[in-house]
Design a protein around this ligand. Structure first.
Ligand code: ZN
Length: 372
């Protein structure tokens, strides 16, 4: 049994036309519940959405198979990075894109399409497969919230496949960094900038001094840091008494990340003393990293499937987080697979029909290969 290109394209176009911005995935979730119902999948929705002010939880579907085989999960996220009301998908020379006024939302509706197509093929085939859990998460783009609040106890899967990596289908994401976000709050002392500036402590100068001391950008192959937001000051004639600096640090190696976090704290403390200002820095873990290798069963399964569809598997790290970070953290070894989408998060977003088809073939191969 093979996947059906026409059906895939039709399904993908139907999905992208449903607007599903983060926290408002309701319409898409209802559509998917109905769709999964017609594909013999029992679906539940959890209450994860309540925990991040969204109107939609995660959909957890169960497609029964041979109980003696291991259970796997297939996951994709329902939300799109920003609203795409009235989206007009354009199909041109084998490529699906938009009219340039909205994003396409192929991230991650390409992933959802591959899962649905696999189920459609399984319906009509004799392929022997294990139990399959289908997870469609909400709130992924705003901080991996859906997967984060998904109850681990709901899942039986021994390994997982997230379908949410931009770029080619032969790419298997086997590692991704952990991320810590930080807020530095600086309180100096206000003073008239022209009359008695010496009585003030400029929070802006303190902040600049801190930033100059920090290691930023690409620190090494596995580690990055960035200052993304600076806010403070009122007027040119006032020595600024407040400044907020927001940044993040990431590393695939958790020890390096801890070291970097401590270094940032150290610089803040040192500058607080030097300037006699008040400097508070707060860190918040965004997510954990993961690091799988060719020795891991889930990686072997993904590599085998990539080969079976005629491609050469490429194991790659990813600079950002995805639901795969969260599932690995919950103890289910999970890779993130390529769905073929290019320029995601922009109005130039596009996907080749060939990649949509290959992605579905890949998922079907994974499901068909589950062995004891
Ligand atoms: Zn995505």
């Amino acid at each position: 049994m093979e996947v059906n290109q026409e059906r895939i394209v039709e399904q993908f176009l139907e999905l992208v036309k449903i607007n599903s911005p983060s926290r408002n995935e309701r319409e898409l979730a209802d559509y998917l519940k109905r769709k999964l119902g017609t594909l013999s999948v029992t679906v539940e929705e959890d209450n994860a959405g309540d925990k991040f002010d969204g109107n939609t939880g995660n959909l957890i579907g169960r497609y029964p198979g041979d109980d003696s085989l291991p259970t796997i999960f297939l996951a994709a996220h329902m939300d799109i990075v920003r609203s795409a009301e009235g989206i007009k998908p354009v199909v041109e020379e084998g490529i699906i894109k938009t009219d340039g006024t909205t994003i396409l939302g192929g991230d991650d509706k390409a992933g959802i399409t591959a899962v649905l197509e696999t189920l459609k093929v399984l319906q009509k085939s004799e392929i022997n497969h294990g139990n399959i859990e289908i997870i469609f998460t909400s709130g992924e783009e705003i901080g991996l919230f859906g997967s984060m609040y998904l109850d681990r106890e709901e899942l039986e899967a021994e390994v997982g496949f997230v379908l949410d990596s931009g770029g080619p289908i032969d790419k298997i994401i086997v590692s991704a960094p952990a991320e810590q976000d930080f807020d530095i709050e600086i309180k100096g002392r206000a003073a008239h900038a022209g009359v008695e500036p010496e009585k003030g402590i400029s929070a802006i100068e303190v902040g600049c001094d801190i930033i100059t001391e920090l290691r930023l950008g690409r620190i090494d192959e596995e580690t990055t840091a960035n200052i993304g937001v600076i806010e403070g000051g009122e007027a040119t004639n006032i020595v600024a008494d407040r400044l907020t600096i927001k940044g993040e640090a990431r590393s695939i190696d958790e020890d390096k990340l801890t070291e970097l976090v401590n270094e940032i704290k150290g610089v803040c403390q040192q500058k607080e003393e030097e300037w006699q200002a008040e400097v508070n820095v707060e860190f918040k873990k965004a997510y954990s990293g993961f690091n799988l290798t060719e020795e891991d069963e889930v990686v072997k399964m993904a590599m085998q499937a990539v080969k079976e569809i005629g491609l050469t598997p490429k194991l790659r790290p990813r600079g950002g987080g995805s639901d795969a970070n969260i599932f690995n953290d919950k103890g289910i070894p999970t890779v993130n697979l390529g769905v073929g989408v290019k320029n995601d998060h922009t109005t130039e977003e596009k996907v080749a029909i060939e990649d949509l088809v290959n992605c579905a073939r890949l998922v079907l191969a994974i499901v068909s290969n589950v062995r004891k």
